[in-house]
Design a protein around this ligand. Structure first.
Ligand SMILES: [Zn+2]
Length: 127
């Protein structure tokens, strides 16, 4: 159920950003989500539809980009992508992995309407 609190936080952030730009409506929110986060974009969309009612984010679409899990193996030194379900080194099978990426969660860009015109704002980290 952690998508609900994430969506609340996200919505709050997006509305503030959009209002700072005098946007009249939020059209699209593009997210980057690391696969280790276990966040389901469809859930975020669902909660967003629910929470954004009556706000400038009503009807906004979530577009999510899934970011791969990258690790460094402390045993053999291999650096590469793994699936979140097999947290072991694909080269030597070692379990001593350093996570390099895969825990990201941020807004890549946001498309808003400003006085009826489309505008795209980018790169606002949530954390
Ligand atoms: Zn290894």
């Amino acid at each position: 159920m952690h998508e609900l609190s994430i969506t609340e936080h996200l919505l709050d952030h997006c509305i503030r950003e959009a209002e700072a730009q005098n946007a009249s409506r939020i059209r699209t929110i593009r997210l980057c989500i690391g696969q280790l986060r276990g966040i389901v974009p469809d859930c975020i969309q669902l909660y967003l539809d629910m929470l954004s009612e009556g706000t400038i984010a009503e009807g906004a679409q979530i577009e999510a980009e899934s970011l791969p899990v990258k690790v460094l193996c402390r045993d053999c030194g291999m650096e590469g992508e793994i699936t979140p379900h097999h947290l072991s080194c694909p080269h030597c099978g070692g379990l001593s992995l350093k996570i390099l990426s895969g825990k990201e969660f941020y807004i890549k860009s946001m498309e808003v309407y400003i006085n009826g015109n489309k505008s795209t704002a980018s790169d606002h980290g949530l954390e």
